[in-house]
Design a protein around this ligand. Structure first.
Ligand SMILES: Nc1ncnc2c1ncn2[C@@H]1O[C@H](COP(=O)(O)OP(=O)(O)O)[C@@H](O)[C@H]1O
Ligand SMILES: [Mg+2]
Length: 270
């Protein structure tokens, strides 16, 4: 494996509730190496966002710690660029101003900020839209801006929480290909959360499969397709083979979620 950038050491999370504490994440350890894209797939509610929020410094773990380049994470920081499913652009700023926001915060001069914004807007194919406001853009375009904004901070790692989850299937496919192109140029290390198996296989170097809540890592799958991937990969036998492996691991977890929901419903009504 390449040199590690990010190490999660025994991260767990419990939330206090009226009926005692709710374990959302069981002790979880993993490492992400330089320039890798590692994804985590798991059923709804298994603690994926909780895990990513801990890495982002937005939530504190109940136990364990996160190390970035060997330093413990204690809060949010620009070296971890976050992209969420929901659109999080500043509506009162133009596209270009949104992308310049991080560099401006760290005191970058105007010329440098503009150069960074132009570079990354180019990378996401939105140069012609730099003076638009977010509300004038489609969902896919807004996520392109969100990616450009995260990259403009030159993060050590990009943390993406179902970033294409709200997009229609065609736009989603295009965005996945865009992410591959950006990664082959910028070599950005990425921790990627999704529940979409195809997306995970198409994008990842390694995939961790989580169990239903309380989430823990159930399996690790290496995806041996290298960094130069063409859209044709999606229809290759090798792709289908790995897809089937992940599907088998996830299917029983999805069933566990549905069974738990049905059991909770019947105990509540009876
Ligand atoms: N602040 C909170 N207090 C109590 N429970 C929470 C809180 N945040 C999330 N949860 C619960 O933790 C579980 C995991 O949530 P989440 O990490 O969002 O799952 P995922 O992203 O895998 O769908 C869910 O059951 C959710 O209801
Ligand atoms: Mg989530």
């Amino acid at each position: 494996m390449p040199d590690p950038i990010l190490c999660l050491e025994g991260l767990s999370k419990e939330y206090p509730t009226k009926s005692g504490s709710l374990t959302v994440l069981e002790p979880t350890s993993l490492t992400v190496g330089v320039s890798e894209l590692v994804s985590i797939v798991g059923p709804s509610g298994c603690g994926k966002s909780t895990l990513l929020h801990i890495v982002g410094g937005l939530t504190t773990p109940t136990s364990g710690r996160v190390l970035l380049d060997g330093h413990e994470v204690t809060g949010p920081g620009a070296e971890r660029g976050m992209v969420f499913q929901a659109y999080t652009l500043f509506p009162w700023l133009t596209v270009r101003q949104n992308v310049q926001f991080g560099p401006k915060q760290r005191g970058a001069k105007k010329a440098e900020r503009e150069q960074l914004a132009d570079h990354f807007l180019d990378a996401v194919g939105l140069h012609g839209f730099r003076d638009h406001f977010p509300k004038q853009l489609s969902g896919g375009m807004r996520q392109r801006v969100a990616i450009a904004r995260a990259l403009a901070n030159s993060p050590r790692i990009l943390l993406m929480d179902e970033p294409f989850g709200a997009l229609d299937a065609q736009t989603r496919t295009v965005m996945q290909e865009l992410l591959l192109t950006i990664r082959s140029k910028e070599r950005t290390t990425t921790l990627f959360i999704t529940h979409d198996i195809d997306e995970a296989v198409f994008l990842s170097d390694r995939i961790f499969v989580m169990t239903a809540r309380p989430g823990r890592l159930k399996a690790e799958i290496c995806v041996p397709f290298g960094s130069d991937r063409s859209p044709d990969l999606r229809t290759s036998p090798e792709f289908f083979q790995i897809r089937a492996e992940v599907y088998d691991l996830l299917h029983s977890e999805g069933q566990a979620v549905v069974d738990a929901e049905i059991a909770a419903g019947s105990s509540a009504s009876g």
